[in-house]
Design a protein around this ligand. Structure first.
Ligand code: GRG
Length: 276
């Protein structure tokens, strides 16, 4: 995992260029957010999926990084005062605390736009695959994906919601980008549709479990922003015992799907075990 994180981080550094023109500060801000202590989970999942098909993981590197850019843009915007209003991210002041707020908005916009440019410029992938990657990215990060999750999260803040709405939120806010990562790997490897469907089902269960485990870890933390903002979470709605059982069931479902595939999914299993 460490080796692959190093690969991802060195390519990330190459792709976010330094710039000495009048708008240099935009690239400084992008580097500030990108080159911090993120787990690089979404890019890792892309590489792990490509590896499962015994293909060269380098083919997946640039598309993998485009997902880290989308993820980072979403964190920058989420932290803004008009959204979640968080002062810290990845162990340091949020971007809008280190730089002006307008620049944080524009840096998020830049990362979102640049993600698509990176896909179109990827070497060694044919145009048909690039179009598939862009379609997948718009599906999972757009108005019926990541953004939908954020709209629901902010509209329901402070209100009581049932489990179905919570699941919708988790599916879109958290699982969607994991589903994109796994679908990316399948597209790059040229997987058949039915195999892709199974991989994406793995990512959905993984993503839901990831969010519930995250909520459980936060539950006892009185200073957590989820708690202070009275956000709906699985332990708050279901109780801690049921939430734990649900997260473990989802994790098991995810692993069962990997085991049902006739492929070498050892690295995906390693990520699942380490992260969940
Ligand atoms: C602004 C469109 C838009 C969306 C924002 C990212 C997000 C949606 C909200 C942030 C809060 C949150 C709980 C999101 C769910 C996804 C999640 C758990 C993100 C954190 O992912 P990690 O743990 O973060 O992979 P690192 O920093 O390791 O990359």
């Amino acid at each position: 995992m460490k080796e692959k994180i190093n690969l991802i981080e060195s390519r990330l550094k190459e792709l976010i260029l330094k710039n000495s023109s009048y708008h240099k500060v935009l690239f400084d801000a992008a580097n500030y957010s990108l080159l911090s202590s993120g787990k690089r989970l979404r890019p890792l999942l892309v590489l792990a999926t490509v590896e499962a098909f015994n293909k060269d993981i380098n083919l997946g590197l640039d598309p993998a990084i485009s997902l880290e850019l989308i993820h980072t843009y979403s964190l920058i915007h989420d932290d803004l005062p008009c959204m979640d209003d968080d002062d810290f991210r990845r162990g340091k002041p949020s971007l809008h605390k280190a730089y002006p707020e307008w620049l944080a908005v524009l840096t998020g916009d830049y990362l979102l736009t640049y993600a698509f440019e990176i896909i179109t410029n990827t070497k060694n992938l044919d145009d048909a695959k690039k179009v598939k990657l862009i379609r997948s990215l718009t599906k999972y990060s757009g108005g019926n994906g990541l953004i939908a999750g954020q709209v629901v999260d902010l509209s329901f803040e402070g209100k009581e919601i049932g489990f179905e709405k919570l699941k919708f939120m988790h599916l879109n806010k958290t699982a969607a980008l994991f589903m994109a990562a796994i679908e990316f790997g399948c597209i790059i490897a040229g997987a058949l549709d039915d195999v892709t469907d199974k991989f994406v089902a793995f990512a959905k269960n993984f993503g839901l479990a990831f969010q519930i485990f995250d909520d459980i870890a936060d539950y006892d933390n009185k200073k957590s922003s989820d708690i202070t903002k009275n956000k709906a979470t699985a332990p708050a709605i279901l109780g801690i015992k049921k939430a734990k059982k649900l997260a473990l069931d989802l994790q098991k479902k995810a692993l069962d799907i990997l085991n049902s595939l006739d492929l070498d999914t050892a690295f995906l299993k390693e990520i699942t075990a380490k992260i969940l």
